[in-house]
Write a protein that binds this ligand. Structure first.
Ligand SMILES: *Cc1c(COP(=O)(O)O)cnc(C)c1O
Length: 357
């Protein structure tokens, strides 16, 4: 197992070209009140909700690399897909517009929300994205295999008009479509280094990074970063959609692709990945009272808003794990805020109902 130094791994990341779209590093802040209210561990927050692009979020980091790839492939149309209130689709559309690329978004109704112009759907509309809403099985994140037929139809349509499309896989995660390298995960190897450097500056020894996991490249990138640098930092993924085993499998696949693409001399296995699926509730995008309470709790303690689909569920996990004694009092735990706050608004009725109870 060859462990690399930070400069060595940075050098490898620099071989993947990217656009600079976001002010990095994003802040790493101590959550004094929350840590006290929960009685330890020391909780810090990594503000990837502050990436400054289309309301921010983890997808901006990935898109710095992915948009460069699309430009290198001479694309003038980008096709992607996800759920109706997708943060990924919004961020992709915003970045695409910035570079004169037309965004086509296939939005699947994976959970019951009105199709009104609110949250990300409103923002997609302002961006004048070509939005196509489709029916889908409830509660699932859609993999490329689930949507291949529809994507091919749209690709053909674009080709017939004489344009060049780039198919960006959901979440910028799994290699596929037009993305031949795991660019999303590579951006999170970089984020791991960033966190480590900030922690060193603050004289902080990190034990854990906890975050919401969906299409799995955030977790894959962080896990590869930790392993490649030989750091004993636990990466805890809180699934918002699929069961533990399938998420671990997916994280491991993306991590292995990342190891290969970056030519790292390490091995990553499914068994190394830590995923909790106890906090999904009734499925992807379906809120519950615990999530609503967690959103209010964190806003009251810290003045920070989480989202109902991802970070709210990750926070219910953090709170529950603390209550169960999962962490030591002196541990330093980083909660990665991955963004998603526009989804608060289309969930307003549920949120208000739960909070009034
Ligand atoms: C996409 C997303 C995640 C999950 O990240 P993956 O890399 O897809 O696992 C977490 N939080 C928010 C707000 C997201 O939009």
């Amino acid at each position: 197992m060859a462990v690399l130094s930070i400069p060595e791994i940075k050098k490898k990341i620099h071989t993947f070209p990217k656009k600079n779209l976001i002010p990095l590093p994003t802040p790493l802040q101590r959550l004094e009140n929350l840590s006290q209210a929960l009685g330890g561990p020391n909780i810090y927050i990594k503000r990837d909700d502050l990436t400054g692009l289309a309301f921010g979020g983890n997808k901006s980091r990935k898109l710095e690399f992915i948009i460069q790839d699309a430009l290198d492939k001479n694309a003038d149309v980008i096709i992607t897909w996800a759920a109706v209130q997708s943060n990924w689709c919004l961020q992709t559309a915003a970045v695409a517009r910035k570079f004169g690329i037309k965004p086509i978004l296939l939005l699947f109704k994976t959970y019951e929300l009105p199709e009104e112009y609110d949250g990300n759907l409103l923002l997609d509309f302002i961006l004048d994205a070509d939005v196509r809403i489709r029916e889908a099985e409830a509660g699932k994140v859609l993999r490329l295999d689930d949507v291949r037929g529809i994507i091919e139809e749209v690709e053909n349509e674009v080709k017939e008009k004489g344009n060049t499309s780039y198919v960006a896989p959901i979440g910028g995660s799994m290699v596929g479509g037009s993305m031949e390298k795991p660019l999303g995960a590579i951006s999170y190897v970089n984020a791991f280094i960033e966190i480590l450097e900030q922690a060193e500056e603050q004289d902080l020894n990190i034990n854990t990074i906890l975050h919401a996991t969906g299409s799995c490249s955030t977790q894959a990138g962080l896990a590869v970063g930790a392993k490649a640098l030989g750091k004993d930092v636990h990466i805890l993924g809180i699934s918002v959609s699929d069961d533990k085993e399938s998420v671990k499998e997916e994280v491991a696949t993306i991590a292995q692709d990342t190891v290969q693409a970056m030519d790292l001399k390490i091995s990553v296995k499914k068994e190394d990945m830590v995923v909790f699926d106890e906090y999904i509730g009734e499925g992807y995008g379906v809120m519950n009272k615990d999530v609503a309470d967690a959103l209010r709790f964190v806003s009251n303690q810290e003045g920070i808003f989480l989202d109902p689909v991802y970070t709210g569920k990750a926070m219910t996990a953090l709170i529950d794990l603390i209550k169960k004694g999962f962490f030591k009092k002196e541990d330093n735990v980083i909660f990665l805020h991955t963004g998603g706050t526009p989804a608060l608004f289309p969930n307003k009725f549920n949120l208000v109902d739960f909070l009034k109870k």
